[in-house]
Design a protein around this ligand. Structure first.
Ligand SMILES: Cc1cc2nc3c(=O)[nH]c(=O)nc-3n(C[C@H](O)[C@H](O)[C@H](O)COP(=O)(O)OP(=O)(O)OC[C@H]3O[C@@H](n4cnc5c(N)ncnc54)[C@H](O)[C@@H]3O)c2cc1C
Length: 423
């Protein structure tokens, strides 16, 4: 059996940041992922761009997410400079997922992290809140991985749930989760013309929906520019009332979303000059899951707390992305935008499952309610939460502590030293 200081399950922004941060603390770290790269939703579900991570103070944008997230942005810029790909880079929000996958491999390897791709979590050995090992299914059979500490960055809290820790699914009243979305890209678009036609496109889409000619329940078309010239990115399919952790529901969701993709593509191609010569370039490898399981942690961060911009002594990250709830039942998207200069903090206790001795959770499945998750789930924030999880596991390892007893001031000092913003 292979033995590590820290095993990280899942290599999305949260898991990648956790592994890199812990590796840089000199820990023996392994990160496994079911896919062939890190980046998680950005890589597998084509999620782009980074949602906002600044707040305006005296007219100036001040960052709320820095540390490893800022380093990743800087290094993405370096790669971009090498390739000369400079299109649509306003505000450094849009990024190339190909550059990201390459960069995260390099950063993890430089930090001494061992990577294991194509490995699916399939078993956990746990007693009295202490995880002894996890088992991953691979092409060559099952592999057991032992460690002193574990970080669950699977997005769906797969490890925490397999170990028997309590969790919630979706919103409190009916367990419905935010909709799933299969993102897709359309190439050979006349982007200048599209900018002119956009209001007309949205108008006709609404008309088609009213006439029953479009079945997608989403109220409008959500479109972004991407790094490739003449390519547009669609975050616009909407699958509601399906359970993102039930494989039969996810299969139905993938099938329905593919129909919605084709419906939308044909609508654009058949009605608008800007799409006349366009091609359906690609759909994401996997449907995107906005929300699923969230652990019950030592602190459940609530929508009320974040809207009140609550501050915590054990804060490990900050955020102010709007409370962005795509209607779990159908049409409509609600937003609560934070006023300029306002932000909330995320407490370390929200990363700790109740009763956990050596498991920390990072990413969109930490201990939050439906409303708080709707804000903290975005890539800049989960990256900061992941970095904190990696540092916390390292500090716990050094002190031979249970994760709840890890020295919080040491965790915070290390985070600040590494450039993270925690208050
Ligand atoms: C449709 C959609 C649009 C979005 N739009 C934006 C946006 O524009 N901007 C933004 O900033 N955020 C956006 N988000 C939110 C954001 O992309 C995610 O919430 C965030 O990336 C989650 O990061 P994570 O690291 O917690 O999880 P993930 O990125 O989901 O990473 C989890 C990783 O764990 C792996 N994994 C999962 N289960 C297992 C298992 N059992 N065994 C092995 N490996 C496993 C997965 O392969 C994956 O790599 C969007 C999300 C969706 C779904």
């Amino acid at each position: 059996m292979k033995k590590y200081d820290i095993v990280v399950a899942g290599g999305g922004f949260a898991g990648a940041a956790a592994a890199i941060a812990a590796g840089r603390q000199g820990k023996k770290v392994l990160l496994f992922d079911k896919s062939n790269c890190m980046g998680g939703a950005a890589a597998n579900c084509l999620i782009n761009p980074f949602m906002p991570y600044t707040t305006k103070v005296n007219g100036e944008h001040k960052r709320l997410c820095a540390g490893l997230f800022l380093e990743i942005q800087d290094k993405l810029d370096d790669i971009r400079r090498l390739t000369g790909e400079t299109r649509y880079m306003e505000g450094r929000s849009i990024f190339s997922e190909e550059h990201l996958k390459l960069l995260l491999n390099r950063m993890a390897q430089e930090a001494g992290v061992e990577l294991l791709y194509h490995a699916y979590l399939c078993g956990v050995s746990c007693a009295d809140g202490k995880i002894n090992s996890v088992t991953v299914a691979t092409k060559s059979g099952n592999i057991e991985l032992e460690a002193d500490y574990f970080i669950d960055a699977t997005g769906d809290a797969d490890l925490a749930v397999s170990a028997g820790f309590p969790y919630r699914l979706g919103r409190a009243e009916d367990n419905l989760c935010q909709p799933m979305t299969l993102c897709f890209r359309v190439s050979n678009v006349d982007v200048e013309k599209f900018t002119e036609e956009k209001p007309e496109i949205q108008k006709l889409y609404k008309q088609y929906r009213a006439d029953g000619k479009i079945k997608n329940p989403r109220e409008d078309i959500l479109i972004f520019k991407v790094v490739q010239k003449n390519v547009l990115h669609f975050n616009s399919t909407r699958i509601v009332k399906m359970n993102p952790v039930d494989p039969f529901d996810v299969t139905k969701a993938e099938i329905e979303a593919r129909e919605q993709t084709f419906e939308l593509y044909l609508f654009l191609k058949n009605n608008f000059e800007s799409f006349k010569n366009s091609e359906l370039l690609m759909t994401a490898a996997e449907i995107g899951v906005r929300e699923s399981r969230m652990i019950d942690g030592l602190h459940v961060l609530t929508g009320k707390e974040i809207v009140a911009c609550t501050k915590f002594d054990d804060s490990i990250a900050c955020g102010n992305y709007d409370v962005d709830i795509h209607n779990p039942e159908g049409t409509g998207t609600s937003h609560y935008y934070f006023p300029d200069g306002q932000y909330y903090e995320i407490p370390y206790r929200s990363l700790l499952p109740v009763g956990s001795q050596n498991l920390i959770v990072a990413g969109r499945c930490i201990s939050v309610d439906h409303e708080a998750q709707a804000s903290m789930r975005v890539m800049p924030i989960v990256c900061c939460v992941g970095e904190a999880a990696g540092i916390a596991a390292s500090v716990a390892k050094d002190g031979k502590n249970n994760v709840a007893d890890a020295d919080i001031s040491k965790i915070q000092d290390l985070l600040v030293k590494n450039g993270a913003l925690i208050h």
